[in-house]
Design a protein around this ligand. Structure first.
Ligand code: NAD
Length: 359
């Protein structure tokens, strides 16, 4: 078994394996990079079929958080944690408090938050053991559900992509295919798109939520993989990762991919280049979906909602800069975003005089 040389290990500073026999906790905390600040990233609770899958997930996601915080201009590093198991079966207060004690042991190098399979209520339990937790409910002095903030960032990001591709960022009559429309982010996104005059085509495996979204936003329901084949301007993946791949790219008729899902490209290098040669503009996922992170960051900085909203509006120009850099350098948009993320980290290194060179 190799760890340090694995592609996904990717220069992680620290990986912590946590076990609490009493509560059944089995967790991994990945601290990718703390040069810009403490590594903040959500805690994913998922019934991984094997431990290697859990390890790969945490490593991949925590690197993504480093880049997300860097491009968003936040004073945060990148980290993530996963708890292995079914949250409905083992997600007790006891387990979350055991996890909180491990987080506390890192003394602020890692700050946790909610993610897939965890809720703000779980964060309150973690908070009984450690102050290094964000995403607390508003009644608890936290920033509450990050999804509407993420959704607004995606909305702003779709507008910036339209500006680049079509010369106008108006959404009137623009056709958007939203995958995962019943979800927390996508439902809010659909509302904003509908109010701005977009025409929506939506899919979800949650049939009830899908019907509700269709009724509320006058949207057309699309079954399963048909979502990729729609004759639309924008494909907004808001459900799963890796939906942009060898199979789906040939199906796409859109000229823009802009959605909330993490790790949309199955293979960042290969599929980033494929999209570029097909003339499809992709808003790099960790840039367009940074609204939630910006919101939870305000729990650390004490910045008010006005500051949060202003930072989210900045996603528009950040993305335009990325699109223009990709054009000038003849590279994919994700490669341009990665370069910007790495440069901010290495510039800070130089300023601090601690470390020079590539992250
Ligand atoms: P969610 O679980 O509320 O929504 C996901 C939706 O996708 C659900 O309605 C689910 O039924 C649907 N879905 C699952 N499989 C599907 C499939 N095969 N086809 C169509 N729909 C399917 O999650 P969310 O919080 O809305 O997040 C959505 C995505 O955005 C995730 O990838 C998440 O990692 C990412 N993201 C979320 C936030 C946030 O603030 N919530 C922030 C950054 C990134």
């Amino acid at each position: 078994m190799t760890i340090f040389t694995q592609k996904s290990f990717n220069n992680h500073e620290q990986v912590v394996f946590c076990q609490d026999e009493h509560s059944g906790l089995k967790a991994i905390i990945g601290v990718h990079n703390t040069k810009l600040g403490p590594a903040l990233g959500g805690c994913r609770f998922y019934p991984y079929s094997d431990e290697e899958m859990a390890l790969n997930d945490v490593l991949r996601l925590s690197r993504g958080m480093t880049y997300k915080a860097s491009v968003a201009g936040l004073n945060l590093g990148g980290g993530k944690s996963v708890i292995i198991g079914d949250p409905k079966k083992i997600g007790t207060e006891q387990l979350f408090r055991a996890f909180g004690r491990f987080v506390n042991g890192l003394n602020g190098r890692y700050i946790t938050a909610e993610d897939v399979g965890t809720s703000d209520k779980n964060m309150v339990w973690i908070n009984k053991e450690t102050p290094y937790v964000t995403g607390l409910p508003t009644y608890f002095g936290g920033s509450g559900d990050p999804s509407p903030f993420t959704a607004h960032g995606v909305f702003v990001g779709i507008k910036s992509a339209l500006k680049k591709q079509k010369g106008s960022d108006s959404l009137a009559g623009v056709k958007v295919a939203v995958q995962g429309a019943a979800g927390h982010v996508a439902f809010n996104l659909c509302r904003e798109l509908h109010e701005a005059g977009a025409v929506l085509y939506i899919s979800d495996i949650n049939k009830e939520g899908l019907k509700r979204a269709a009724e509320e936003f006058n949207a057309t329901i699309v079954e399963g993989d048909e979502i990729y084949k729609q004759d639309v301007d924008v494909y907004a993946p808001c459900a799963l990762g890796a939906t942009v791949n060898d199979t789906t790219i040939p199906m796409l008729k859109c000229s823009i991919i802009a959605g909330a899902a993490n790790n949309q490209l199955e293979d960042e290098d290969k599929h980033g280049d494929m999209l570029r040669s097909k003339g499809i503009l992709q808003a790099p996922d960790y840039v367009i979906n940074a609204g939630g992170l910006i919101s939870v960051d305000s729990e650390i900085t004490g910045g008010g909602v006005g500051h949060v909203n202003a930072q989210i509006e900045d996603i528009y120009t950040t993305l335009l800069n990325i699109y223009n850099m990709a054009d000038q350098e003849g590279i994919s948009t994700v490669a341009a975003a990665n370069n910007i993320a790495k440069k901010r980290i290495s510039d800070i290194n130089v300023i601090n005089g601690i470390y020079k060179g590539e992250e």
